[in-house]
Design a protein around this ligand. Structure first.
Ligand SMILES: [Zn+2]
Length: 440
Protein backbone atom coordinates (compact mmCIF):
# COMPACT_ATOMS: atom_id res chain seq x y z
CA UNK A 1 0.00 0.00 0.00
CA UNK A 2 1.33 3.38 -0.97
CA UNK A 3 0.15 6.82 0.01
CA UNK A 4 -0.94 9.19 -2.69
CA UNK A 5 -2.38 12.69 -2.52
CA UNK A 6 -5.48 13.64 -4.44
CA UNK A 7 -6.72 17.21 -4.77
CA UNK A 8 -10.34 18.06 -5.43
CA UNK A 9 -11.81 21.48 -6.04
CA UNK A 10 -14.63 22.37 -3.66
CA UNK A 11 -17.76 24.28 -4.61
CA UNK A 12 -19.34 25.44 -1.34
CA UNK A 13 -22.61 27.34 -1.27
CA UNK A 14 -22.49 30.97 -0.09
CA UNK A 15 -23.50 29.98 3.45
CA UNK A 16 -20.97 27.16 3.54
CA UNK A 17 -18.22 29.40 2.26
CA UNK A 18 -18.90 31.89 5.02
CA UNK A 19 -18.57 29.10 7.54
CA UNK A 20 -15.34 27.88 5.91
CA UNK A 21 -13.88 31.39 6.12
CA UNK A 22 -14.87 31.56 9.77
CA UNK A 23 -13.16 28.26 10.53
CA UNK A 24 -10.06 29.25 8.64
CA UNK A 25 -9.93 32.44 10.71
CA UNK A 26 -10.20 30.46 13.96
CA UNK A 27 -7.42 28.10 12.90
CA UNK A 28 -5.26 31.09 12.04
CA UNK A 29 -5.92 32.53 15.50
CA UNK A 30 -5.02 29.24 17.14
CA UNK A 31 -1.79 29.04 15.15
CA UNK A 32 -0.78 32.54 16.22
CA UNK A 33 -1.85 31.92 19.82
CA UNK A 34 0.26 28.77 20.03
CA UNK A 35 3.19 30.70 18.63
CA UNK A 36 2.75 33.48 21.19
CA UNK A 37 2.50 30.91 23.97
CA UNK A 38 5.79 29.27 23.05
CA UNK A 39 7.59 32.57 22.56
CA UNK A 40 6.38 34.27 25.75
CA UNK A 41 6.91 31.26 27.97
CA UNK A 42 10.45 31.01 26.74
CA UNK A 43 11.29 34.71 26.87
CA UNK A 44 9.71 35.48 30.24
CA UNK A 45 10.05 32.28 32.22
CA UNK A 46 12.67 30.37 30.29
CA UNK A 47 10.25 27.47 29.85
CA UNK A 48 10.18 25.49 26.62
CA UNK A 49 6.64 24.56 25.70
CA UNK A 50 6.37 21.45 23.58
CA UNK A 51 3.58 20.01 21.48
CA UNK A 52 2.12 17.84 24.20
CA UNK A 53 2.05 20.73 26.65
CA UNK A 54 -0.06 22.70 24.22
CA UNK A 55 -2.24 19.78 23.29
CA UNK A 56 -3.13 19.21 26.94
CA UNK A 57 -4.25 22.82 27.20
CA UNK A 58 -6.78 22.43 24.40
CA UNK A 59 -9.79 21.24 26.52
CA UNK A 60 -9.42 24.25 28.84
CA UNK A 61 -8.92 26.49 25.81
CA UNK A 62 -12.19 25.29 24.34
CA UNK A 63 -13.95 26.00 27.65
CA UNK A 64 -12.84 29.61 27.43
CA UNK A 65 -13.47 30.01 23.72
CA UNK A 66 -16.50 27.88 22.91
CA UNK A 67 -16.53 28.85 19.22
CA UNK A 68 -13.60 26.45 18.71
CA UNK A 69 -15.73 23.47 19.78
CA UNK A 70 -17.36 23.16 16.35
CA UNK A 71 -14.00 22.64 14.66
CA UNK A 72 -13.31 19.23 16.18
CA UNK A 73 -10.42 18.46 18.49
CA UNK A 74 -8.36 16.58 15.91
CA UNK A 75 -8.14 19.53 13.56
CA UNK A 76 -7.09 21.77 16.44
CA UNK A 77 -4.35 19.31 17.34
CA UNK A 78 -3.24 19.25 13.72
CA UNK A 79 -2.92 23.04 13.74
CA UNK A 80 -0.81 22.86 16.91
CA UNK A 81 1.27 20.25 15.13
CA UNK A 82 1.92 22.75 12.33
CA UNK A 83 3.38 25.13 14.90
CA UNK A 84 5.45 22.29 16.30
CA UNK A 85 6.82 21.40 12.86
CA UNK A 86 7.71 25.02 12.22
CA UNK A 87 9.68 25.11 15.49
CA UNK A 88 11.38 21.78 14.83
CA UNK A 89 12.58 23.08 11.50
CA UNK A 90 13.87 26.17 13.24
CA UNK A 91 15.68 24.18 15.96
CA UNK A 92 17.36 22.07 13.32
CA UNK A 93 18.57 25.20 11.58
CA UNK A 94 16.58 24.49 8.43
CA UNK A 95 14.58 27.72 8.50
CA UNK A 96 14.08 30.93 10.42
CA UNK A 97 12.04 31.52 13.55
CA UNK A 98 8.34 30.78 12.93
CA UNK A 99 6.38 33.92 12.18
CA UNK A 100 2.85 35.01 12.83
CA UNK A 101 0.55 34.27 9.93
CA UNK A 102 -1.81 36.82 8.57
CA UNK A 103 -5.40 35.68 8.92
CA UNK A 104 -6.18 36.86 5.38
CA UNK A 105 -3.57 34.58 3.89
CA UNK A 106 -3.87 31.62 6.23
CA UNK A 107 -4.00 28.48 4.11
CA UNK A 108 -6.40 26.14 5.88
CA UNK A 109 -6.58 23.21 8.24
CA UNK A 110 -6.19 19.44 8.36
CA UNK A 111 -8.31 16.50 9.45
CA UNK A 112 -5.48 14.16 10.52
CA UNK A 113 -7.62 11.03 10.79
CA UNK A 114 -10.95 9.76 9.59
CA UNK A 115 -12.97 11.72 12.14
CA UNK A 116 -14.90 14.83 11.17
CA UNK A 117 -15.05 14.31 7.43
CA UNK A 118 -16.08 11.84 4.79
CA UNK A 119 -15.43 11.79 1.06
CA UNK A 120 -18.39 10.45 -0.88
CA UNK A 121 -16.67 9.60 -4.12
CA UNK A 122 -15.23 6.72 -6.10
CA UNK A 123 -12.32 8.81 -7.30
CA UNK A 124 -14.24 10.98 -9.73
CA UNK A 125 -16.14 14.04 -8.45
CA UNK A 126 -18.60 13.60 -5.57
CA UNK A 127 -19.29 15.21 -2.22
CA UNK A 128 -17.20 16.07 0.80
CA UNK A 129 -19.01 15.85 4.11
CA UNK A 130 -17.66 17.91 6.99
CA UNK A 131 -19.18 17.59 10.42
CA UNK A 132 -21.06 20.70 11.59
CA UNK A 133 -21.12 21.94 8.01
CA UNK A 134 -22.82 19.49 5.67
CA UNK A 135 -21.80 18.22 2.30
CA UNK A 136 -19.93 20.26 -0.26
CA UNK A 137 -19.82 19.59 -3.97
CA UNK A 138 -16.42 18.38 -5.04
CA UNK A 139 -14.85 17.98 -8.48
CA UNK A 140 -11.71 16.14 -9.48
CA UNK A 141 -10.38 12.85 -10.67
CA UNK A 142 -7.70 10.47 -9.39
CA UNK A 143 -5.97 7.43 -10.85
CA UNK A 144 -6.38 5.14 -7.87
CA UNK A 145 -8.86 5.54 -5.07
CA UNK A 146 -9.10 3.11 -2.19
CA UNK A 147 -8.86 4.18 1.42
CA UNK A 148 -8.86 7.92 2.16
CA UNK A 149 -6.90 8.71 5.34
CA UNK A 150 -6.45 12.45 5.91
CA UNK A 151 -7.98 15.57 4.48
CA UNK A 152 -6.62 19.10 4.28
CA UNK A 153 -8.84 22.03 3.41
CA UNK A 154 -6.93 24.65 1.44
CA UNK A 155 -7.98 28.12 0.38
CA UNK A 156 -5.82 29.41 -2.45
CA UNK A 157 -6.33 32.17 -4.98
CA UNK A 158 -9.98 32.55 -4.09
CA UNK A 159 -10.75 28.86 -4.47
CA UNK A 160 -11.31 26.05 -2.00
CA UNK A 161 -9.65 22.67 -2.35
CA UNK A 162 -9.71 19.39 -0.46
CA UNK A 163 -6.35 17.68 -0.50
CA UNK A 164 -6.93 14.06 0.48
CA UNK A 165 -4.30 11.42 1.12
CA UNK A 166 -5.32 8.00 -0.09
CA UNK A 167 -3.88 4.62 0.75
CA UNK A 168 -3.91 2.66 -2.45
CA UNK A 169 -2.09 0.22 -4.69
CA UNK A 170 -1.60 2.13 -7.91
CA UNK A 171 -1.52 0.08 -11.07
CA UNK A 172 0.41 1.18 -14.12
CA UNK A 173 1.35 -0.54 -17.33
CA UNK A 174 5.01 -1.11 -17.94
CA UNK A 175 6.82 -1.70 -21.23
CA UNK A 176 9.77 -4.01 -21.75
CA UNK A 177 12.35 -1.62 -23.18
CA UNK A 178 15.45 -0.13 -21.60
CA UNK A 179 16.30 3.48 -22.19
CA UNK A 180 18.83 6.11 -21.16
CA UNK A 181 18.00 9.78 -20.77
CA UNK A 182 19.91 13.00 -20.85
CA UNK A 183 18.26 16.21 -19.72
CA UNK A 184 19.21 19.49 -21.33
CA UNK A 185 18.07 23.05 -21.82
CA UNK A 186 17.53 23.18 -25.57
CA UNK A 187 16.17 19.70 -26.04
CA UNK A 188 14.50 18.98 -22.75
CA UNK A 189 14.95 15.22 -22.93
CA UNK A 190 17.24 13.22 -25.22
CA UNK A 191 16.87 9.44 -25.40
CA UNK A 192 19.57 6.89 -26.02
CA UNK A 193 17.66 5.85 -29.15
CA UNK A 194 18.34 9.27 -30.67
CA UNK A 195 14.84 10.63 -30.18
CA UNK A 196 14.56 14.11 -28.71
CA UNK A 197 11.82 16.00 -26.97
CA UNK A 198 12.32 19.71 -27.40
CA UNK A 199 11.49 22.30 -24.81
CA UNK A 200 7.75 22.97 -25.00
CA UNK A 201 6.61 26.16 -26.71
CA UNK A 202 4.32 27.30 -23.94
CA UNK A 203 7.34 28.15 -21.80
CA UNK A 204 8.58 30.78 -24.26
CA UNK A 205 5.05 32.05 -24.88
CA UNK A 206 4.45 32.27 -21.14
CA UNK A 207 7.68 34.24 -20.74
CA UNK A 208 6.54 36.84 -23.26
CA UNK A 209 3.12 37.24 -21.67
CA UNK A 210 4.68 37.43 -18.21
CA UNK A 211 7.11 40.10 -19.31
CA UNK A 212 4.26 42.25 -20.57
CA UNK A 213 2.30 41.73 -17.38
CA UNK A 214 5.32 42.64 -15.23
CA UNK A 215 5.85 45.81 -17.21
CA UNK A 216 2.21 46.80 -16.77
CA UNK A 217 2.57 46.14 -13.05
CA UNK A 218 5.71 48.26 -12.73
CA UNK A 219 3.90 51.25 -14.19
CA UNK A 220 1.26 51.27 -11.48
CA UNK A 221 1.49 52.43 -7.90
CA UNK A 222 2.58 49.53 -5.75
CA UNK A 223 2.46 49.28 -1.97
CA UNK A 224 5.19 50.71 0.19
CA UNK A 225 4.93 49.58 3.77
CA UNK A 226 7.62 51.85 5.14
CA UNK A 227 5.97 54.96 3.81
CA UNK A 228 2.48 53.68 4.46
CA UNK A 229 1.47 53.75 0.81
CA UNK A 230 -1.37 51.47 -0.17
CA UNK A 231 -1.38 49.87 -3.61
CA UNK A 232 -3.70 51.39 -6.20
CA UNK A 233 -6.65 49.36 -7.41
CA UNK A 234 -5.07 49.18 -10.85
CA UNK A 235 -1.91 47.73 -9.31
CA UNK A 236 -3.89 45.08 -7.45
CA UNK A 237 -5.67 44.17 -10.67
CA UNK A 238 -2.42 43.96 -12.62
CA UNK A 239 -0.86 41.86 -9.86
CA UNK A 240 -3.76 39.44 -10.01
CA UNK A 241 -3.36 39.18 -13.77
CA UNK A 242 0.35 38.45 -13.48
CA UNK A 243 -0.11 35.79 -10.85
CA UNK A 244 -2.78 34.16 -13.00
CA UNK A 245 -0.37 33.92 -15.92
CA UNK A 246 2.32 32.42 -13.70
CA UNK A 247 -0.06 29.80 -12.41
CA UNK A 248 -1.08 28.94 -15.96
CA UNK A 249 2.50 28.20 -17.01
CA UNK A 250 2.97 26.11 -13.87
CA UNK A 251 -0.09 24.02 -14.71
CA UNK A 252 0.98 23.61 -18.31
CA UNK A 253 4.44 22.47 -17.25
CA UNK A 254 3.01 20.00 -14.74
CA UNK A 255 0.73 18.55 -17.39
CA UNK A 256 3.55 18.26 -19.90
CA UNK A 257 5.85 16.58 -17.36
CA UNK A 258 3.17 14.05 -16.49
CA UNK A 259 2.61 13.27 -20.14
CA UNK A 260 6.24 12.67 -21.05
CA UNK A 261 7.12 10.72 -17.90
CA UNK A 262 4.03 8.49 -18.22
CA UNK A 263 4.91 7.86 -21.82
CA UNK A 264 8.48 6.88 -20.95
CA UNK A 265 7.33 4.50 -18.20
CA UNK A 266 4.66 2.91 -20.40
CA UNK A 267 7.31 1.83 -22.92
CA UNK A 268 10.25 0.89 -20.71
CA UNK A 269 10.99 -1.13 -17.63
CA UNK A 270 14.57 0.11 -17.17
CA UNK A 271 14.98 3.87 -17.24
CA UNK A 272 18.32 5.49 -16.55
CA UNK A 273 18.79 9.17 -15.87
CA UNK A 274 21.58 11.01 -14.13
CA UNK A 275 21.91 12.50 -10.67
CA UNK A 276 21.40 16.23 -10.91
CA UNK A 277 21.79 18.57 -8.02
CA UNK A 278 19.47 21.25 -9.33
CA UNK A 279 20.04 23.50 -6.36
CA UNK A 280 23.78 23.59 -7.00
CA UNK A 281 23.32 23.89 -10.75
CA UNK A 282 21.08 26.91 -10.43
CA UNK A 283 23.18 28.76 -7.90
CA UNK A 284 23.47 32.47 -8.64
CA UNK A 285 26.60 33.86 -10.22
CA UNK A 286 28.13 36.21 -7.66
CA UNK A 287 29.08 39.12 -9.85
CA UNK A 288 30.72 40.12 -13.11
CA UNK A 289 29.81 39.79 -16.75
CA UNK A 290 28.48 36.30 -16.39
CA UNK A 291 25.81 37.22 -13.92
CA UNK A 292 23.03 37.79 -16.43
CA UNK A 293 24.15 34.89 -18.54
CA UNK A 294 24.01 32.55 -15.55
CA UNK A 295 20.63 33.92 -14.54
CA UNK A 296 19.34 33.06 -18.01
CA UNK A 297 20.78 29.55 -17.81
CA UNK A 298 19.24 29.07 -14.38
CA UNK A 299 15.85 30.14 -15.65
CA UNK A 300 16.18 27.77 -18.53
CA UNK A 301 17.09 24.86 -16.22
CA UNK A 302 14.27 25.62 -13.83
CA UNK A 303 11.70 26.21 -16.56
CA UNK A 304 11.97 22.63 -17.77
CA UNK A 305 11.62 21.15 -14.29
CA UNK A 306 14.62 18.79 -14.20
CA UNK A 307 14.16 17.78 -10.60
CA UNK A 308 10.50 16.95 -11.10
CA UNK A 309 11.20 14.68 -14.08
CA UNK A 310 13.44 12.50 -11.91
CA UNK A 311 10.91 12.34 -9.08
CA UNK A 312 8.03 11.50 -11.39
CA UNK A 313 9.96 8.81 -13.23
CA UNK A 314 11.03 7.30 -9.95
CA UNK A 315 7.55 6.89 -8.48
CA UNK A 316 5.89 5.99 -11.76
CA UNK A 317 8.48 3.30 -12.52
CA UNK A 318 7.97 1.89 -9.01
CA UNK A 319 4.20 1.76 -9.61
CA UNK A 320 4.70 -0.05 -12.89
CA UNK A 321 7.16 -2.52 -11.38
CA UNK A 322 10.08 -1.16 -13.40
CA UNK A 323 13.36 0.45 -12.38
CA UNK A 324 14.47 4.03 -12.50
CA UNK A 325 18.17 4.53 -11.86
CA UNK A 326 20.32 7.61 -11.68
CA UNK A 327 23.94 7.40 -12.73
CA UNK A 328 26.49 9.16 -10.49
CA UNK A 329 27.12 12.17 -12.73
CA UNK A 330 30.28 13.40 -11.02
CA UNK A 331 31.98 10.03 -11.14
CA UNK A 332 30.73 8.85 -14.50
CA UNK A 333 30.81 12.16 -16.46
CA UNK A 334 28.30 11.00 -19.11
CA UNK A 335 28.74 14.06 -21.33
CA UNK A 336 32.47 13.52 -21.68
CA UNK A 337 32.61 9.75 -21.81
CA UNK A 338 32.41 7.83 -25.05
CA UNK A 339 29.54 5.36 -25.24
CA UNK A 340 31.64 2.92 -27.26
CA UNK A 341 35.10 2.85 -25.71
CA UNK A 342 34.45 4.55 -22.32
CA UNK A 343 37.22 7.12 -22.97
CA UNK A 344 36.88 10.69 -21.65
CA UNK A 345 36.85 13.60 -24.11
CA UNK A 346 36.66 17.05 -22.49
CA UNK A 347 33.95 19.29 -23.94
CA UNK A 348 32.60 22.75 -23.35
CA UNK A 349 28.91 23.56 -23.21
CA UNK A 350 28.92 24.74 -26.83
CA UNK A 351 30.37 21.51 -28.31
CA UNK A 352 27.25 19.84 -29.63
CA UNK A 353 28.92 16.81 -31.24
CA UNK A 354 30.86 14.10 -29.50
CA UNK A 355 34.01 13.07 -31.36
CA UNK A 356 35.95 10.51 -29.39
CA UNK A 357 39.54 11.50 -28.67
CA UNK A 358 40.64 7.89 -28.73
CA UNK A 359 42.43 7.43 -32.08
CA UNK A 360 41.31 3.79 -32.31
CA UNK A 361 37.63 4.65 -31.80
CA UNK A 362 36.82 8.13 -33.14
CA UNK A 363 33.18 7.53 -32.40
CA UNK A 364 31.10 10.47 -33.61
CA UNK A 365 27.62 11.10 -32.28
CA UNK A 366 25.32 13.79 -31.06
CA UNK A 367 26.54 14.95 -27.68
CA UNK A 368 23.27 14.40 -25.81
CA UNK A 369 22.49 11.07 -27.45
CA UNK A 370 25.97 9.88 -26.53
CA UNK A 371 25.42 10.94 -22.91
CA UNK A 372 22.11 9.10 -22.77
CA UNK A 373 23.77 5.98 -24.16
CA UNK A 374 26.53 6.23 -21.56
CA UNK A 375 23.90 6.33 -18.83
CA UNK A 376 22.19 3.26 -20.20
CA UNK A 377 25.44 1.37 -20.57
CA UNK A 378 26.40 2.23 -17.01
CA UNK A 379 23.10 0.82 -15.71
CA UNK A 380 23.55 -2.39 -17.69
CA UNK A 381 26.98 -2.79 -16.12
CA UNK A 382 25.47 -2.66 -12.64
CA UNK A 383 24.74 -5.96 -10.99
CA UNK A 384 21.13 -6.98 -11.03
CA UNK A 385 21.05 -7.66 -7.31
CA UNK A 386 21.86 -4.04 -6.57
CA UNK A 387 18.92 -3.04 -8.76
CA UNK A 388 16.55 -4.88 -6.48
CA UNK A 389 17.88 -3.11 -3.42
CA UNK A 390 17.47 0.21 -5.19
CA UNK A 391 13.89 -0.46 -6.14
CA UNK A 392 12.94 -1.71 -2.69
CA UNK A 393 14.22 1.42 -1.03
CA UNK A 394 12.45 3.53 -3.64
CA UNK A 395 9.06 2.04 -2.86
CA UNK A 396 9.67 2.49 0.85
CA UNK A 397 10.17 6.19 0.42
CA UNK A 398 6.99 6.51 -1.57
CA UNK A 399 4.62 5.58 1.19
CA UNK A 400 4.90 7.51 4.42
CA UNK A 401 6.85 4.43 5.49
CA UNK A 402 5.88 3.67 9.04
CA UNK A 403 7.33 1.27 11.51
CA UNK A 404 10.71 1.04 9.79
CA UNK A 405 13.47 1.24 12.35
CA UNK A 406 15.18 4.12 10.53
CA UNK A 407 12.05 6.23 10.95
CA UNK A 408 12.07 5.94 14.69
CA UNK A 409 15.25 7.91 14.94
CA UNK A 410 13.82 10.78 12.97
CA UNK A 411 11.59 13.39 14.47
CA UNK A 412 8.01 12.35 13.70
CA UNK A 413 6.63 14.64 11.02
CA UNK A 414 2.91 14.01 10.96
CA UNK A 415 0.24 13.13 13.47
CA UNK A 416 0.14 9.66 12.03
CA UNK A 417 3.85 9.10 12.37
CA UNK A 418 3.67 10.36 15.91
CA UNK A 419 1.06 7.75 16.70
CA UNK A 420 3.03 5.04 14.91
CA UNK A 421 6.08 5.91 16.89
CA UNK A 422 4.20 5.69 20.16
CA UNK A 423 2.80 2.30 19.16
CA UNK A 424 6.22 1.00 18.16
CA UNK A 425 7.69 2.16 21.41
CA UNK A 426 5.06 0.51 23.58
CA UNK A 427 5.31 -2.63 21.47
CA UNK A 428 9.05 -2.75 22.02
CA UNK A 429 8.62 -2.31 25.74
CA UNK A 430 6.11 -5.15 25.81
CA UNK A 431 8.53 -7.38 23.98
CA UNK A 432 11.17 -6.36 26.51
CA UNK A 433 13.58 -5.48 23.78
CA UNK A 434 13.82 -1.71 23.48
CA UNK A 435 17.47 -1.84 22.40
CA UNK A 436 16.54 -3.26 19.03
CA UNK A 437 14.82 -0.07 18.03
CA UNK A 438 17.74 2.13 18.82
CA UNK A 439 20.16 -0.13 17.00
CA UNK A 440 18.25 -0.04 13.71
ZN1 LIG B 1 35.37 6.23 -28.19
Amino acid sequence: MLTRRATFRLYPTAAQEQQLFEWRRLHGYLYNAALTDRRDMYQRWDISVDYFGQQNCLPQFKQNWPEFKALGSHTLQATLKRVDLAFQGFFKGLRGHPRFKSIRHYSGWTYPCKAGWKALTDGEHGQLQLSNLGSIKMRGEVRSWEEPTTCTIVYRHGQWYASITVKCTPVRECGTGAIGLDLGCKDAVTFSTGKKISKPEFIAAGDVALKQASKALRRKRGPNRKQGVKPSKRWVKAQRHKSKLQRKVTRQRQDWLHQITSDIVSRNSLIVGEQLNVRDMTRKARKGKRKRQKAGLNRSILSVGFATIGQMLSYKAAEAGGFYLESPTRKLKPTQRCALCWELTPKSLSDRVHVCSNAMCQHTADRDVNAAQVNLKWARGQELSSLYVESASATDCEGTALGGSADLKQVPRSMKQLAARKRAKSQAEQDGNPVLLEAG
